[in-house]
Ligand binder design. Structure first.
Ligand code: M6R
Length: 608
């Protein structure tokens, strides 16, 4: 997605902005740009398609980089309106090179606004919705940028985080948001605007969250926030260790590093929530949740978070006896919403900023229903909007393809299911047995990581294929989907996932020796039924890679096997993930793909 960063203060903004762009490289983007203005109004503007390093090289070659600037804005673009070209890259400007704008979000009515402006004689150089904002500011300018901006915003339909500089008032930076995130970072030398709290945490000591429809004016490094034309006081929060920064260490890619962090991530997610000595769940949030009269759970998420929820929904039904429906956020948002005050609406998101999830949450909140967030990024929009929430505490996830956070999400989900179950009919001894097995999982993850090299021959063999089936049933169905998504994202190979029982209803037509089937078939989860489905594949000369429990005796069923440790049947969804993610990473590396930044993807999807 697009990300913005802006600075006004005593430091020269250019190096700060370039450094910021480098830090956010991992989020996925296709072009970048930077603008800085000096006290006398002369300005610096560079844009480049491709990597931030291309922009940095251009900046480096530009002698004007050494001039003294006081305000700057920067942007990474993930193309929505118009192709990946320099002309479409931000910052965008008004016709007189006066107003410069960076934007994250989508202006839905930009076509009408553009038509009106074109009729007035404005000429556009890009295909973007953002250029319309720059030209609209120019058109509506009333002598005061703050009041102009306020009136411009009233014309915009859609989502935005905008930062604007007026070259005639170079010491002033203006920003506003609706939907898209915007964080105000405060340092002893100046004030930042950023889409990303972790980026702010590198440079600021405190931060303020801007709320929808608020406008910020920063002048001489000092800020004032306005709501409905009135200045408002907002809480300043300290940057704490939660807002960590990530370094790659000795790993080749962040994604691998994050997979190797999983044992610690898992422990961290449960540290304050499960007492492994007594087998008890201890969470004030979950205790408070248990006091609500809930007879149904509706769950909203996207991508990997959605697949983690498919697993979680089995746990909620099995352990807590609560009917539980999982919804894809982009579908839920435009479906008929039937509110219920006995339903808990849960929104799960690593980034806490996914637009489809955020807007679904907004829709549910309008009906005064009880909302619960499960979020990784501390202070993110979804965490702030929900009535109750739990953080997954997975730390910064740099790889665009999510890994370690999914394990943390699953850890939170099973804890939540146990907690709700114990308030209902779940027996304490059964819960304790699960907790005992949870305590053993980190050691099992370590074993899987230690066995990574055994995957090499399989990576070698399966990297020759271009199409894959992934199969799983019941508790392993969501996990199979997640494994399939990761192969697609990291290798760009075609993979489709089905419940093993669905194969015979159509997809079986595709089985042939060139399309291997990867099947998750662990002990305790309908192993014999899945075995029958595998036989259907084998009978049609399909090649089968089985992910099986260690010591599994169904030898003749698979062409190849990956063994995972034994655990409690309900915890089996955790165990195929590490080997399957390493398998996907291995194939991606073999095929020369960019593991951390897969093509066309962004780390957090802040547009619908
Ligand atoms: O930040 P979120 O969990 O809301 O993100 C949801 C999806 O966009 C995300 O899981 C996506 O599918 C990842 N690329 C998966 O690796």
């Amino acid at each position: 997605m697009c990300w913005i960063f802006a600075y006004n203060g005593q430091e020269n903004p250019l190096p700060l902005l370039i450094e910021w762009l480098r830090n956010l490289e991992y989020r996925g983007y296709d072009s970048a740009g930077v603008f800085a203005v000096a006290a006398d109004g002369h300005f610096f503007l560079e844009k480049a398609v491709g990597k931030v390093s291309a922009l940095a090289t251009k900046v480096e070659k530009n002698e004007a980089k050494n001039d003294a600037y006081i305000t700057g804005i920067a942007h990474t673009r993930w193309a929505t309106h118009g192709g990946v070209t320099e002309a479409n890259s931000h910052p965008h400007k008004s016709s007189q090179d006066r107003f410069f704008v960076v934007h994250n979000g989508i202006i839905e009515n930009y076509r009408e606004l553009k038509d009106t402006l074109q009729k007035k004689g404005y000429v556009f150089y890009s295909e973007t919705d953002t250029e319309v904002v720059a030209k609209l500011i120019e058109d509506m300018y009333d002598g005061d940028i703050l009041s102009t901006f306020e009136r411009v915003l009233a014309h915009l339909v859609g989502a935005y985080a905008l930062a604007v500089v007026d070259r005639e008032h170079p010491d002033t930076l203006i920003g506003a948001k609706l939907g898209s995130p915007m964080i105000v970072g405060l340092s002893p030398t100046g004030t930042f605007l950023s889409s990303d709290i972790n980026a702010v945490s590198r440079v600021a000591t405190e931060f303020v969250m801007l709320d929808d429809r608020e406008i910020i004016r920063i002048e001489g490094g000092k800020y004032a926030i306005f709501s409905l034309g009135q200045e408002v006081e907002k809480n300043r929060e300290k940057i704490t260790d939660e807002f960590q920064t990530a370094t790659i260490g000795n790993y080749e890619t962040f994604t691998e590093k994050e997979i190797y962090e999983i044992p610690d991530v898992f422990k961290n997610a449960l540290k304050w929530r499960v007492n492994f000595e007594t087998g008890e769940i201890r969470s004030d949030t979950l205790d408070a949740l248990g006091d609500h009269e809930i007879d149904r759970i509706e769950i909203v998420a996207s991508g990997s978070s959605y697949f983690a929820w498919i697993v979680g929904s089995y746990w909620f039904r099995e352990l807590a006896g609560i009917p539980c429906e999982v919804r894809i956020s982009s579908e839920f948002l435009y479906d008929t919403f039937i509110p219920s005050n006995r339903t808990l609406y849960v929104f799960m998101s690593q980034s806490g900023e996914t637009a489809d999830v955020r807007e679904s949450l907004r829709m549910v909140k309008k009906k005064w229903c009880l909302t619960f967030g499960i979020v990784n990024v501390v202070g993110s929009t979804i965490a702030r909007m929900t009535d109750m929430w739990l953080y997954t505490h997975a730390g910064v996830e740099v790889g665009v393809a999510s890994t370690k956070n999914i394990i943390a999400q699953l850890a939170v989900l099973i804890t939540m299911a146990l907690s709700l179950g114990l308030k209902r009919n779940l027996q304490v001894k059964d819960a304790r047995e699960i907790v005992r097995h949870l305590a053993e999982l980190p050691a099992k993850f370590e074993l899987e990581l230690a066995g990574a090299r055994t995957l090499n021959p399989l990576i070698e063999k399966y990297s020759q294929y271009e199409n894959f089936f992934y199969l799983g049933r019941n508790l392993l169905y969501g996990t199979a989907h997640e494994c399939s998504l990761k192969l697609k994202e990291l290798t760009y190979l075609h993979a489709e996932c089905y419940s093993a029982g669905e194969l015979k209803h159509g997809p079986l037509a595709l089985v042939n020796p060139d399309m291997p089937t990867i099947v998750l078939n662990l002990k305790g989860i309908m192993r014999d039924k899945t075995a029958s489905n595998i036989k259907e594949v084998k009978a049609r000369n399909g090649i089968v890679l089985g992910v099986v429990t260690e010591g599994d005796d169904m030898d003749d069923l698979y062409d190849d096997r990956i063994e995972v440790p034994t655990t409690h049947p309900l915890l089996t969804p955790f165990l195929p993930l590490i080997p399957m993610w390493l398998f996907a990473v291995g194939i991606a590396k073999k095929l020369g793909k960019d593991v951390d930044k897969p093509q066309n993807l962004a780390k957090s999807v802040t547009v619908e």
